[in-house]
Ligand binder design. Structure first.
Ligand SMILES: NC(=O)c1ccc[n+]([C@@H]2O[C@H](COP(=O)([O-])OP(=O)(O)OC[C@H]3O[C@@H](n4cnc5c(N)ncnc54)[C@H](O)[C@@H]3O)[C@@H](O)[C@H]2O)c1
Length: 249
């Protein structure tokens, strides 16, 4: 098992059809004790219970520093260490540049970018004390190609910010045995995309993707497991594309 006896935190992991929950499920299957963090309305405790015994679900808002610190403390109290953190929480909004209000900008950047910073800040002291740890940040193909299919420019900016933040943290914490990497998913079928694409539009998009299909949550989860595991022991500052070839660069 790739994550035997490791403790993993996944933010925004309670949506049963989401990338976070698929990652939680695969990490648990690889032997990790998993803490799912999410907003109260998403029922993180219920999601953790679906993983079986010995996992934890915590209400945490990644835009709130105190909430992130309280969640990290609760994980340490329950499991005694933090080996992996997946910064997965994110929201999107399909608007154009001239329609983005200040409030929209704050909302979208706060969850993906501020949330990645705050949750990393909450987990890093424990990783530093252990002398080991792996952080995986979920960015997006939207950051690389200037827009995906759904996200507005502020979403692209937030996800591009995540790439910069993760790379800078990778440089800062490498000597302490802490690896920090990004995953850039392409178009993955989850609740974010649910109901927004007609079967015709899906087919049309699939025809532009070398692997000829939209992504599945488990496609992204596998990349997160790899980056969190010792198989990726010499990878830091990496951006791992999981996009079916939608963007090859
Ligand atoms: N689905 C895609 O095609 C796709 C592509 C590229 C990147 N992504 C990114 O992958 C991540 C997961 O997306 P998904 O498609 O699984 O969507 P999702 O909506 O299923 O998951 C997002 C989760 O984040 C949680 N969340 C929102 N605000 C939060 C906050 N303030 N604090 C804690 N949790 C919060 C939500 O409750 C939800 O469970 C996101 O960062 C998204 O931007 C998705």
């Amino acid at each position: 098992m790739l994550l035997k006896d490791k403790v993993a935190i996944i933010t925004g992991g309670a949506g049963i059809n989401g990338l976070g929950f698929a990652t939680a499920r695969q990490m648990a299957a690889q032997g990790a004790r998993v803490a799912i963090l999410d907003l109260e309305r998403a029922d993180p405790a219920g999601a953790a219970a679906r993983l079986g015994e010995g996992h934890l679900g915590l209400v945490a808002d990644v835009t709130d520093k105190a909430s992130c610190e309280a969640a990290a403390a609760a994980v340490l109290k329950a499991f005694g260490r933090i080996d992996a953190l997946v910064n997965n929480a994110g929201i999107t909004q399909p608007v154009k540049t001239l329609e983005i209000s200040g409030a929209d900008y704050d909302r979208i950047l706060d969850v993906s970018l501020r949330g990645t910073l705050y949750m990393s800040q909450a987990a890093l002291p424990a990783m530093r004390a252990q002398g080991s740890g792996a952080i995986v940040c979920i960015s997006s193909v939207s950051a690389q190609r200037g827009g995906g299919i759904f996200g507005g420019p502020h979403y692209s900016a937030a996800k591009a910010g995540v790439l910069g933040l993760a790379r800078a943290m990778a440089r800062e914490f490498g000597t302490e045995g802490i690896r920090i990497n990004c995953v850039t998913p392409g178009l993955i079928e989850t609740d974010i995309t649910q109901g927004k694409l007609t079967p015709e539009r899906k087919l049309e998009i699939s025809q532009t993707i070398p692997l000829a299909r939209l992504g599945r949550a488990d496609d992204v989860a596998g990349a997160c497991v790899f980056l969190a595991s010792d198989l990726a022991a010499y990878c830091t500052g990496v951006t791992l594309d999981v996009n079916g070839g939608m963007l090859i660069h």
